[in-house]
Design a protein around this ligand. Structure first.
Ligand code: HEM
Length: 323
């Protein structure tokens, strides 16, 4: 480099830029890397584009219908959108539940507000999108999906585990027998969704459940163990209740979350099932793809999933899911 060029270089790079270079060199040195190599790599690397960053081509190639009915695309994309929202919900709750021995009340409140926003979107869009598919097409393409079912949504189960004490997810008939000493391993087989997917005639697990357990059983059990002492409910009890000035606002958001997740979404979902799977003027229903007795399984008034029972009055608990 010529002298004149060197002088220009000093003029071009102000102190802050040089400081950043120093910090960068320290960052790379700390891990045994050479800053110069990385800088040269930056010279050759392509500029980032929007489509690479969000992986658009891959994202748009993930919708693969099993039939030629156009509304099957609506069904697939809407499920994927829901799963992406579930991912956001999990991400937000995980941020709150990082530690067993502390909890940031501001973060608790902010993230719970966000979670409730996602759920509101899901509930209102469910009524628009899922409730307005072509019924004739739906009743045909769904036959190509058996035995797959939204029942197998692992993220839905993870949201539940991260939100509450595991005993609140045990089927209502088994709940009274759970004590403080009951282990996760003892409660796990009694979780409401396992109990709901048993064939009435044979007493056997549905194939949908068997496949789900095989794929995700261990992960769910591990997650339940990991979150036993750092789920939303226990963190509220240990660090927010009577300790934080934000308690009142947080309680409001927790009650809203409980309602959106355990009443409003299940109701809008159940209404769609009724719309498509209940035959008019007949008492019989069309079997679901997942094989549950869905009319008894889906309604929140039977399921009685409540993340934060302590935040509701006896009257409210008695009328759960009936509104
Ligand atoms: C017309 C649309 C839909 C119908 C008719 C329907 C029907 C059903 C039925 C009957 C069940 C009970 C399990 C079974 O026997 O298969 C179920 C479970 C479930 N579905 Fe859907 N579903 C629809 C849309 C969706 C969408 C868009 C999602 C989003 C991911 C979804 C997620 C779930 C979940 C998470 C469960 C388990 C619920 C629980 O265990 O409490 N469903 N669905």
């Amino acid at each position: 480099m010529e002298n004149q060029e060197k002088i220009n270089l000093y003029e071009k790079f102000d102190e802050t830029t040089l400081e950043k270079l120093l910090l960068l060199s320290q960052k790379y040195e700390a891990v045994g890397q050479d800053l110069k190599t990385h800088l040269e790599g930056m010279l050759y690397a392509n500029h980032l584009t929007y489509w690479h960053y969000i992986n658009l081509d891959a994202l748009l190639s993930l919708q693969i219908p099993r039939t030629s009915f156009p509304d099957e695309m609506v069904f697939i994309v809407y499920h994927q959108i829901t799963e992406l929202y579930f991912k956001l919900i999990i991400n937000d709750i995980q941020q709150i539940c990082q530690k067993e021995d502390s909890c940031d009340a501001q973060l608790y409140l902010r993230n719970l507000k966000r979670v409730n926003g996602y759920l509101r979107n899901l509930i209102s869009s469910f009524d628009v999108v899922m409730a307005n598919m072509d019924k004739e097409q739906f009743l045909k393409f769904r036959l190509a999906l058996v035995p797959a079912s939204g029942f197998q949504s692992v993220q839905y189960r993870i949201i539940e585990i991260l939100s509450t004490d595991f005993k609140n997810l045990v089927a209502p008939v088994h709940r009274p027998f759970i004590t403080r000493d009951t282990t996760i391993e003892e409660m796990f087989p009694k979780v409401y969704w396992k109990q709901g997917a048993i064939e009435k005639e044979t007493g056997k697990k549905t194939l949908t459940l068997e496949m789900f357990e095989e794929k995700y059983g261990k992960i769910l059990l591990y997650t339940a163990r990991e979150y036993r002492n750092k789920n939303l409910l226990i963190l509220f009890e240990n660090f927010i209740k009577e300790k934080s000035p934000l308690e009142k606002e947080i309680v409001e958001q927790m009650r809203l979350f409980d309602t959106l997740m355990n009443v409003d979404w299940p109701l809008v979902h159940y209404r769609s099932a009724v719309k498509y799977l209940k035959k008019k003027e007949e008492t019989t229903t069309i079997p679901s793809t997942g094989g549950t007795n869905w009319q008894k399984y889906l309604p929140p008034r039977y399921q009685l999933n409540i993340f934060f029972p302590e935040l509701w009055s006896d009257e409210e608990l008695k009328n759960w899911g009936k509104g």
